[in-house]
Design a protein around this ligand. Structure first.
Ligand code: GLY
Ligand code: MN
Length: 474
């Protein structure tokens, strides 16, 4: 006889159990362990192998923090394997065409840091790295390489932790540490080079910084997707700050509000210390002391972005504190806006920055502006280009040809138009993060209020600070 109940249950049970098994598998083994799927990292390591021949590249991970900070991996290790384990070391062997990850971490420590246990228990499966060994075996491994007289490539420039840029950090450490007569310590990376050469004299030790920087220069489709998410967060946070700006609000409140919105939307940190310039501080490029209470008539630059899954965006907006442009603020702002438009018009794959600059000048002449205008000369020099953007806000790149730089798909950079008149206490900065694509470009700042009308409209509505005050939250 037909058993309806049994049949129905039988039908349901299989897919439900299967779904549960898949879900358990995903949450146990794959979820949140890495930012990208393992094959994305495998492709990056394969490209590195193409550059190091029979050599071997070694990357030291970031150390356990010495204070009560959340651990974040350095950008090189995160780029090549996505592993967020402190003190991990990655070796990429160009001869054997395989990689080895060295790490040792107690499960309790890993859990306390928010790492999924699957990464610790099944690292090969989760990362796709061919071999995983305890950190304690690293010296023995080096001894083996020494016996073979191998060439070891490693970063001679400084590791990038959050909000850092390799070259800038290296230069700062030269001044404050290496060349300081009463210090004279080497950087972590140079100390490693010294130790390798000292303890393993048959190794040939070479710098791989420039190779890595050039690999990082062009972003993959997966990286661009993460950057787009970062852009959406940054745009939202900028809008919230603009809307909440009024006379009487402090710069500190605005900086805190920007960070609040970024973290709320899923960012792990800020791309850099939020820059807020107003009043006399328009004279300084990167002001973040947040020591002014905004006044009627002030004009503000907000230069800020989130760090989302290690990727940064760099966006700047400029707006009047009272929500209404004065004629002079409007005049300068619209000039900056036109320069920005001129540059955006020309971004496309295959064009050089020189050509962008020339096309932009022509566009501005047609609009009645002289390229010799003091406000235009600076931003037009490199066609609005200021720096590349990626895992670092000032992203590293070994090869930058200046005006001859050809924009290619996957290149991400800041278009940063600055018109600054400190003597009038007016500064305008219109900064977008641009991704060159096969057919044109994507602007990660899409959605920011850019025209005078858009800004004034947005500022008519109360922002979160006004709502909190009205409700006597503070
Ligand atoms: N927006 C930060 C900087 O590049 O100056
Ligand atoms: Mn910038």
């Amino acid at each position: 006889m037909f058993n309806y109940r049994k049949q129905t249950l039988g039908f349901l049970l299989k897919p439900v159990i299967l779904t549960l098994i898949i879900l358990v598998f995903i949450t146990t083994f794959l979820s949140a362990a890495l930012i990208f799927p393992p094959d994305e990292y495998a492709r990056r390591r394969a490209r590195l192998m193409e550059h190091i021949g029979d050599g071997l590249a070694i990357f030291l991970g970031a150390k356990t923090p010495s204070g009560d900070y959340q651990f974040y991996q350095n950008n090189d290790l995160i780029y090549f394997c996505g592993v967020e384990i402190p003190n991990a070391i990655l070796a990429v062997d160009g001869k054997k065409k395989e990689s080895i990850l060295f790490f040792t971490i107690a499960e309790k420590e890993a859990e306390s840091q928010g790492l999924p246990l699957s990464l610790i228990r099944e690292p090969q499966k989760v990362t796709g790295i061919e071999k995983v060994l305890p950190l304690e075996q690293f010296p023995g491994y080096l001894a083996g390489l020494n016996n073979q007289g191998r060439t070891v490539y490693t970063m001679f420039y400084s590791e990038e932790l959050m909000r850092e840029n390799s070259r800038e950090k290296y230069n700062a450490l030269q001044r404050t540490m290496v060349l300081d007569l009463f210090d004279q310590r080497l950087t972590k990376e140079l100390q490693f080079v010294y130790q390798l050469r000292n303890k393993f004299p048959r190794l040939r030790v070479e710098d791989v910084s420039r190779v890595v920087w050039d690999l990082r220069k062009y972003k993959s489709a997966a990286e661009i997707e993460v950057l787009r998410q970062a852009g959406r967060i940054g745009v939202k946070a900028h809008r919230a700050v603009i809307q909440a700006t009024r006379p009487g609000v402090t710069e500190k409140e605005l900086a805190a509000l920007f960070e609040y919105y970024c973290l709320k939307a899923g960012a792990q940190d800020l791309a850099f210390n939020t820059i807020i310039m107003s009043g006399k501080n328009h004279a300084f490029g990167h002001y973040h002391a947040y020591d002014r209470t905004l006044r009627d008539g002030d004009f503000v630059i907000l230069d800020a972005g989130p760090d989302f899954k290690y990727y940064n965006v760099d966006l700047s907006t400029s707006f009047p504190v009272n929500g209404k442009f004065t004629p002079r603020q409007k005049e300068l702002y619209q000039k900056a806006l036109l320069v920005r438009q001129a540059c955006l018009n020309s971004y496309r794959p295959g064009i050089t920055l020189r050509q962008v600059s020339e096309e932009a000048k022509k566009f501005l002449q047609e609009k009645g502006l002289s390229p010799e205008d003091r406000d235009l000369r600076g931003p037009l020099r490199y066609g609005g280009y200021n720096h590349s953007v990626g895992l670092a806000t000032h992203d590293v790149q070994a090869t930058f040809s200046g005006l001859d730089e050809v924009l290619k798909p996957g290149y991400v950079f800041a278009c940063d138009i600055q018109v600054i008149h400190p003597e009038e206490e007016i500064g305008i900065r219109l900064e977008d993060t641009i991704v060159i694509t096969e057919t044109g470009y994507i602007n990660l700042g899409e959605g920011l209020p850019r025209t005078v009308e858009e800004i004034e409209e947005l500022m008519k509505k109360d922002g979160v600070i006004q709502v909190l005050k009205r409700n006597k939250v503070y």
